[in-house]
Design a binder for this molecule. Structure first.
Ligand code: ADP
Ligand code: MG
Length: 239
């Protein structure tokens, strides 16, 4: 069952010398309920622009974005029910771990907030970290807290933009497997942006390869790596 449907979306920016830069060029894709789709491509190919457009943080020049068939382009960012997570986690340093995770739970009774925070800490493998100061966490722990915080309000779509890119290679490879597991256990429909091939293969049910603003191929990892749709895709994948 299709949840997110992106149709012919175009995102542009003003170019330095006048005119426009087309960052996203008529991209269409669908994400089914509970599915994890990775957007993989070189730096500057338009991955973040597409994510931001779906979130409502960037205007969509043409095309539309639908959730369960309903156009969400006129729905304000905070009413879309979409969660976001970025490379730097953007945790609040003056709050402890529980305070960070509970950030999106305002309005929920305190006891329920406490239970939800504990449940999320268990999900991301940080049981008992409630009172830890964010400043004492390692980079990997911070990103787990950031993931817990974005999952806390039960977003109907979670969008992750290079969530592991700031971590060193070994940790990134290990955490990619854990993030994949966490997203599955949370049953959250996800759009996951990365430039890292291994990460895309590890987390995603399907991988979309973006090149120069276009979605060049979308398929299961074995299809994409087994039969690249064009020489440009093959070259980027190194196959
Ligand atoms: P990616 O996330 O794949 O690295 P981006 O979506 O950030 O790619 O960028 C796609 C293109 O749009 C690049 O050419 C980039 O320079 C340009 N771009 C991104 N953001 C802006 C902006 N705010 N103003 C002008 N150009 C931008
Ligand atoms: Mg980016």
């Amino acid at each position: 069952m299709v949840s997110l449907s992106v149709r012919d979306v175009v995102v542009t920016y003003p170019a330095a010398g006048g005119g426009v830069v087309t960052a996203v060029d008529r991209v269409s894709l669908e994400v089914a309920r509970g599915e994890v789709v990775a957007l993989l491509g070189p730096s500057g190919c338009g991955k973040s622009s597409l994510l931001r457009a779906v979130a409502g943080l960037e205007p969509v020049v043409a095309g539309d974005v639908r959730w369960d068939g309903e156009n969400v382009l006129d729905v304000p960012v905070h009413r879309r029910g979409f969660g976001l997570m970025f490379q730097d986690g953007q945790l609040f340093v003056h709050r402890d771990v529980a305070g960070n995770i509970a950030y999106g739970l305002a309005g929920m009774p305190r006891a329920e907030q406490r239970d939800r925070v504990a449940e999320l800490l268990e999900l991301v493998g940080l049981e008992g970290y409630e009172r830890r100061s964010v400043a004492t966490l390692s980079g990997g722990e911070r990103q787990r807290v950031a993931l817990a915080r974005s999952l806390a309000p039960r977003p109907r779509l979670l969008m992750l933009d290079e969530p592991l890119s700031a971590l060193d290679r070994n940790l990134r490879e290990r955490l990619a497997g854990e993030v994949a597991e966490i997203l599955r256990r949370a049953h959250v429909t996800s759009l996951y942006v990365t430039h890292d091939h291994h990460e895309a293969r590890t987390v995603a049910d399907r991988v979309g390869v973006m090149i120069a603003g276009r979605l060049a191929q979308l398929g299961a990892p074995n299809e994409v790596w087994g039969a690249p749709a064009s020489p440009a895709v093959a070259e980027f994948l190194g196959v």
